[in-house]
Design a protein around this ligand. Sequence first.
Ligand code: TRP
Length: 453
Amino acid sequence: MVRTDSIHGMWSSRLMFILAASGSAVGLGNIWRFPYVAGENGGGAFVLVYLGCIFLIGIPIMASEILLGRAGRQSPINTMRSVAIASGASSRWQIIGWMGAFAGFMILSFYAVIAGWVLSYVILLGSGVFVGADADLANDTFSGFIGNPWSVVGWFTGFMVLTVFITARGVGKGLETTVKYLMPTLFALLIILMIYAAVTSGHFIEGVVFLFSFELEKLTWDSVLIAMGQAFFTLSLGMGAIMAYGAYMPKSASIIGTATTIALMDTGVALMSGLVIFPLVFANGLESSAGPGLMFVTLPLAFGQMASGQFFGCVFFILVAFAAITSAISLVEPAVAWIVERLKTTRVVAALLVGTLVWLLGLGSAFSTNVLSDFYIVGEMTFLDTIDYVTNNIVLPLGGIFIALFAGWVLDSKILDEEMKRDLFYFPAWRFLTRFMAPVAVAIVFVMTILQN
Ligand code: TRP
């Protein structure tokens, strides 16, 4: 049962695992989604709940996913199956893997559409159309772009081709090479931009106050659910992405320490993105609650009014594109690894298959801002909004509960001891949070949200 490597390949070191997993974690969720949901939900109090969820629910579940992945060394579906059987439990626990692979399809289908918007903004910013632009021009440019089905589908397709290409090249040559260069660049760019925003906007403190002043009366159970969903989404938890990456992790690395490092980096990037975006928002008298368009309208506008904004704006969107691609490859990894195992085929075939299915589903999201913009699934939510809401706020937390319950209560203690022997100091805390805190907290948030609506 105890395997030391995976048929799919291995990360060459603990550091490479950290880069890959933080590459998965750091993405549109940090730079595009975190600022706008924090803005929509009033800032400070939302951020506090979000941070609580990261540390009390996110880190223990991330450690659980890494642990299970490393114990099973296969795709999440087969990992869950074999680890469950080895623990004397029902092989039905593999349902966690199935739900996860499915969730990966759904998430990537809208994620890649937004990533396509980002790619087109690299070109737009670089071309200088926003230099000296006013709010009307920035708004019109954005709605003009997302309103054009051809350009949205074109950029979305381009992003999917890139994702399939990197995935097909494999764990070492594809995934590891990509994260090795892109992640350090991304961190460096973000720090430069934060200094830039702090120095040039003159509203840095206002941004800080918005993100960190905890006015608890602003909080509803709905925003608590969204904060929790955001915590799962931003850490890539609840669907087996981290489990798949854990399968390629060397035995010698500690698990809880590594999970904490990744979560801290991810949180750092989210907060830094907020500290880039909100000072620019306030400096230009823009709306913090503008929604998904926040990054695409307010930032180009802000950059357009600042010295060297054409250059820095273009750089910023390149950074976002980097972050998106290193996340996208983790969303397909569970399904790709499973297809390779199951159909005994190559990664090229598996990646093409998954990519095509995601692309087909993603057309629904690509059309959500144009031809299908009046087509609502529930309430006022388009296809894109619905998939985003359901996966983040329901499917991921639900997957997380099952993962925590399995790792906390079902997993065989010999496997547990073997994997956790480098984490003895934090083990009791992990165990408590995984057994009780994470499942109970998620359940309470679910129940309260339902009761309140
Ligand atoms: N965490 C990524 C982000 O913040 C998105 C992502 C990648 C993801 N893999 C995932 C989300 C798995 C949920 C599950 O952009």
